[in-house]
Design a protein around this ligand. Structure first.
Ligand code: ZN
Length: 497
């Protein structure tokens, strides 16, 4: 993995740590007052700076100028030794590869020797949760009676796997993933230092992809920089380097889905499949855009879509996410997703569409197939279809699929396909239909669009409505930006070069 930037821009002083203010201030005051604990645990997701802070702590307690400067000086002999990885008294162990009791025994044998060059001997044990039970037991004895010249620092992504007996003997800090502001600030700093320019939106995209992990964000930025030809990091550069799609295209795709706009969907889909897209990230991007839309809809700030319709689409995307793993033809699976979604949801979209015009003219409802009595052979209906066909061939084709009946000044149009109904209920299409129908059958005519139920369906319309509600409520949980773990995804993107 491309960790060059991560290593290069690792914080060298406490002041350079972005975020984690509470941890930094407690550690700094402990060092200043010579009250550092004998054992620490840094817990948190990957890329939150656990080992970076552990190394700062190792430097801080040994730095000769800390009291004077209030931070690490990076200039004294002790700081220099640690920075050059030459300090014998800072011992870093990776429990992922040194899991056993042997290593802990070795550690116990050397622990009583006084530090060689530094004031404090520091043991940094990364991925501490990987230790075996026996190794933990051996470590526990050391933690019970540690020599005063020793500080243990355990780091872990899975604090729940650390035995309680160990947890009770360490001072624990939980490190959190970076916020958008913190991470973008760090990326902008690196971009500037490296002599690049950037569009904040591009950095925001990298933040979203990283899920708040500094390490992932910096690795992804590194990849975009390598591919940049003119030292500029824009949305296009991020998209092409990482196999992502531009937000505008994704927004259009989502809006066309929510509007039940079949043509729009297909148009955007063609663009999506033409780009060499990373499908996993495509889905992640969809979910994130939908999450933002949902939050806006819940807060009732500028969105034309209802909470229910957004949740339905989110559920469909979650299903797509699980299905996509099993298919190699990614293009086909997205096409199926679009058609399936429009087919299943267009009537609901129609019901929830806030367009006053649509509400006025349509009382969309799910009706049963037994309602079907009249066919399009009726002369008046045939004339109506022909007139519509003069305006639009697509409209004519759509109407041929319908069962249309005229009864007591109500023109009822039924169709088994929700995407056809969605098309017919688009305001501009509806306007044409209404105008022609009123010309032919009188000004007081009203239109009624309805879904023609599948003849084989044994479920009543009420049952179906209940089922839809259940699906929506059972899956309505939406993850927050900060708890999305994208590490697998990031790795997969970085592997594709
Ligand atoms: Zn120093």
């Amino acid at each position: 993995m491309n960790d060059v930037l991560y290593r290069k821009y690792r914080a060298a002083t406490f002041a350079e740590i972005i975020g984690q203010e509470h941890v930094v201030s407690i550690l700094k005051s402990a060092i200043l007052n010579e009250k550092a604990s004998h054992a620490y645990l840094f817990a948190g997701p990957r890329g939150t700076g656990k080992t970076s802070i552990a190394r700062l702590l190792a430097k801080g307690v040994n730095c000769s100028n800390f009291k004077e400067k209030g931070d690490i000086c990076n200039n004294c002999e002790e700081c220099k030794l640690i920075n050059n990885a030459e300090a014998l008294d800072v011992i870093e162990m990776d429990a992922a590869s040194n899991r056993g009791i042997e290593e802990i025994r070795n550690l116990k044998e050397t622990i009583n020797f006084l530090p060689v060059t530094l004031r404090k001997k520091i043991y940094i044990l990364d991925e501490a949760h990987m230790l075996t039970k026996e190794a933990f037991n051996a470590l526990l004895k050391t933690l019970e009676e540690p020599p005063s010249h020793v500080i243990f620092i355990l780091a872990t992504t899975e604090p729940n796997k650390i035995p309680l007996t160990v947890l009770s003997r360490v001072q624990r800090f939980d490190l959190t993933l970076a916020s958008s502001i913190e991470l973008v600030k760090k990326l902008a700093f690196i971009v500037q230092k490296e002599g690049f320019r950037s569009d904040p939106k591009a950095l925001e995209s990298i933040f979203k992809l990283s899920g708040g992990s500094f390490r992932d964000a910096e690795s992804l930025l590194g990849k975009v920089m390598v591919n940049s030809t003119d030292k500029f990091i824009g949305e296009k550069e991020v998209a092409s380097s990482l196999g992502l799609l531009e937000t505008e295209l994704l927004n259009n795709f989502i809006f066309s889905l929510l509007r039940g706009d079949y043509e729009g969907c297909m148009h955007n889909l063609a663009k999506i499949t033409a780009a060499s897209v990373n499908l996993s990230y495509f889905i992640e991007q969809l979910i994130k855009i939908l999450k933002d839309l949902l939050v806006n809809a819940v807060n009732k700030s500028s969105t034309e879509f209802s909470v229910t319709s957004i949740i339905k689409l989110i559920n469909a995307v979650f299903e797509l996410k699980t299905e996509v793993k099993d298919f190699s033809d990614k293009e086909a699976i997205i096409q199926i997703f679009v058609i399936k979604y429009l087919h299943n949801n267009s009537v609901t979209t129609l019901e929830q569409n806030n367009t006053a015009q649509v509400k006025k003219t349509i009382s969309a409802r799910v009706i049963s197939s037994t309602d079907v009595k009249t066919g399009p052979e009726n002369d008046q209906v045939a004339r109506f279809i022909a007139k519509c066909g003069e305006v639009s061939l697509r409209l004519k084709t759509a109407l041929f699929d319908c069962i249309i009946s005229l009864h007591e000044k109500v023109l009822l149009i039924k169709n088994p396909y929700k995407h056809t109904l969605a098309y017919l209920s688009k305001s501009e299409v509806l306007e044409i239909i209404t105008k022609i129908a009123r010309e032919l059958f009188g000004d007081d005519l009203t239109l009624d669009l309805a879904l023609l139920e599948n003849i084989n369906s044994k479920k009543s319309p009420e049952q179906r409505e209940i089922e839809i509600e259940e699906v929506v409520t059972s899956k309505s949980e939406v993850k927050d930006d900060k708890i999305l773990d994208n590490s697998e995804l990031v790795e997969s993107i970085l592997l594709i070069s």
